[in-house]
Design a protein around this ligand. Sequence first.
Ligand SMILES: C[S@@+](CC[C@H](N)C(=O)[O-])C[C@H]1O[C@@H](n2cnc3c(N)ncnc32)[C@H](O)[C@@H]1O
Length: 458
Amino acid sequence: MIWDFAEGNPLGSSSGSWVLFINGICKAFVKTFEDSDNSDIGSAQQKDASIQNISKDKVISTDPPYYDNIGYADLSDFFYIWLQRSLHPVFPLLFNTPSVPKTQELIATPYRHSNRQKAETFFLEGMTHAMSRLAEQAHPAFPITIYYAFKQSESTNESGMISTGWETFLEAVMRAGFVLTGTLPIQTENRSRMIGMGTNALASSIVLVCRPRCHQAPIITKREFLTHLRRELPKAIAYLKRSNIAAVDLQQASIGPGMEIFSRYAKVIDSAGKAMTVREVLSLINQTRDQTQTEYDNELDDPTRWAIAWFEDFGFGEGAFGQAERLSTSTNTSISSMAEDGLVLSKAGKVRLLKPNELSSNWNPQGSRPSTTIWEIAHHIIRTLDQGEKAAAVLIGKLGSTADCALDLAYRLYDSCNRKKRAQEALAYNALVQSWPQLKRLAQEKPIPTKSKQDTFI
Ligand SMILES: C[S@@+](CC[C@H](N)C(=O)[O-])C[C@H]1O[C@@H](n2cnc3c(N)ncnc32)[C@H](O)[C@@H]1O
């Protein structure tokens, strides 16, 4: 029997009980009223975002629907039909329909619009209107912040990497006349939420910081755009990694800095004089990101380069010795030396990488060869992380600043697993990235001295 969730007892007075919940909610209401004078009290109105006029001169931060991720109205019906019975007399306007209103709901659901294409058009047009209302009405002194938590790789099309959910949303933002001035990945999602358990679900919302685009924005060519992209995107990605963005979020977060460049201009035109679409720009952003990765790979030690290339094809599975050897020639390594160093297992004409839990538990970085590889460092940290954060922190402490290379490799391998749909292996790399700040903190902590006998004053 495996325990997924502890279920609280709703009776009684311990945590999880009904009484405790109600008291908690009451306390929150009382506190809100105690702490605020009348001017602080918020107000809520139910309005369709595509035609609303309540944001005039307001500071706007908005969390719009994420394309087709959630059917809010359908979900709400589950509660609405019960609440309507008891609360209709209290809020007659809010509860005056038999079920939750659905026609204006800005989500791309094919079953409501007869097919996928019509659902996409509905989302694009509605979201463009909603964004335009914000651009027209927002207080000019403040930027508008828009949350978007849509996982790019969840939907693919013929171009492979481009997600309709991002493309359609960004198209609406651009059409509304916004320029992106910043991208902030914010960890909004609870790591222990049900969908996040044992999966690679998003950890962050991407917050797009927007301002209305200036009317004199220039037009540039695709070549000029690419020059800006190649200069600015790698720096932005390095910054995101240093800020410890979750590996699952890096792909969508790097869209932002790329779109920041695109949105600065009235148009980006290709060699035929045609304006580039958001879809084409997203494809260029993804290509540039991949090039950054190739440049990263080229800087690594030889066995690590071999291991990454092998991992791309086989993961931790077996492959033919001949193929492994051909790859080792091109990466300047030898299978026998990698087998000796405990990186691979080579037996009966087959080769495979050792999984972290198969690596030697006696590995001691201080006593190891001068040529310790980045692959070994990262995978031994993952091995110890399986025994708990303290064990991993001890190893990181021994490795000192050399340990930092493990983080970049974890991002790199997460991305590879994600592309190859190796969700299980991806978990370990994502977990390493997410635990990194805590591991570094623990590694720097001085060990608590063991209790000694207290001296006595004479
Ligand atoms: C991502 S959710 C926001 C969730 C919110 N931040 C929260 O924590 O509860 C998007 C919301 O937009 C609402 N929505 C969908 N279509 C809308 C429309 N046309 N006008 C206004 N709101 C709409 C959905 O009902 C949903 O509540």
